[in-house]
Design a protein. Structure first.
Length: 199
């Protein structure tokens, strides 16, 4: 049990894919214009991570070494297609808002990296926990970035107005340059907090 708790802590905090490893930047920057989009992308990627990690782990001894990456992409794309169809059926507004970024989960380096680095070397339970941990870490980072950008760029959080009508939003925050600025400050603050925790 302690092993799984350690995995969760690493995925969310000490080895966070976005805030520590700095991978998965494209969907992080592109889909974090609102908290709804950020959570939607993060949870979709989490579902794919868990399912693909378990499947890769189950098939790790069958997949030939020479075609392992291609096999991982096929496995991941199957789960991404399923998630995309579910989102279009039950969350059509969110699916439209995320658009092309849902199919691009297939080539998200977080998912491919976890399949190669962890799931291909460990059992299904540990791989499922790893997928959950990394997915929650990705969702956590997206939620923080999306909250900052939405509050400063629109004056809302999850579409609900936070400030009065006199609030002048900083429109740069909902632009790509605002995403880079906000992410840089968040990473710096996160690293400072992690270093304080180590002392």
């Amino acid at each position: 049990m302690n092993k799984y708790l350690k995995q969760l802590k690493e995925g969310i905090l000490t080895n966070n894919p976005v805030l520590v490893q700095l991978i998965g930047m494209c969907p992080t920057l592109a889909t974090s214009t609102s908290l709804e989009n950020g959570l939607g992308m993060g949870l979709a990627a989490t579902a794919v991570l868990i399912c693909s990690n378990v499947m890769v782990s189950l098939l790790r001894k069958i997949i030939p070494q020479k075609i392992r990456i291609a096999s991982y992409v096929v496995i991941i794309s199957g789960f991404v297609t399923a998630i995309e169809m579910l989102m279009k059926a039950y969350l059509p507004d969110l699916a439209d808002s995320l658009g092309l970024f849902i199919p691009l989960i297939v080539v998200n380096c977080i998912i491919l990296a976890r399949a190669e680095a962890f799931a291909s070397k460990n059992g299904p339970v540990a791989s499922a926990v790893d997928g959950l941990a990394m997915g929650l870490g990705f969702t956590f980072a997206l939620a923080i970035l999306a909250s900052v950008r939405e509050i400063l760029g629109n004056g809302t959080i999850y579409g609900i107005p936070v400030f009065g009508s006199s609030f002048q939003p900083a429109s740069i925050m909902i632009m790509p340059s605002g995403a880079f600025l906000a992410l840089g400050f968040i990473i710096a603050a996160f690293q400072k907090i992690l270093k304080k925790g180590d002392n």
